[in-house]
Design a protein around this ligand. Sequence first.
Ligand code: SF4
Length: 195
Amino acid sequence: MRYYDVLVESALPYQILERIGTLLRAEERRLAALCGLKPAQWSALCYLARCNRYSDTPSAVGEYLGTTKGTTSQTLRRLQEKGLLREVADSHDRRVVHWRLSAAGKKMFRNHGPESAIEPFLQGLSKDRDSRNLLQEILRRLQKANDYRSFGICGSCNHFRRLGGGRFQCGLTGESLRAEEASLLCREHQEPVAT
Ligand code: SF4
């Protein structure tokens, strides 16, 4: 067995995860610099590109990124000044605002988002069900232990309803969902109840 294999085999799960986290952060910093953004701004842009309409408020962004209200607000304003985000008033409650990507923001996400550089390394893993389930389980345990929201993918939510005929609905809000919304992140996501 090679030295490297011995090292990997004896590494504790935390050491492996910590190293992965460090390398991912470095890659994110590199992509952010390519965009002329700070890492926190790049992360907020990427989150807003992948979240649904229930999860694009300043408080949801702050909750996802683990940043304070002041820092989140400053980050969103900077992205707006750069022409990458636009503020949209809620159609039901004018006190609530949503942050959406502008055309320039969408282009930046397409060219320099995680899919551009990080996802290609992980392509094999995302197709392998066992690896995906393992990563999902680690995330689930961390979130549960710290009482964090899951921010999971809509289509995997306990409230997600398939109505037939290609129609979908959110069982929590009662609103219709478009097919493309099934793959977005949601602040209200709830893990399916084990049967
Ligand atoms: S089904 Fe779940 S994840 Fe989807 S919008 Fe409703 S609460 Fe959010």
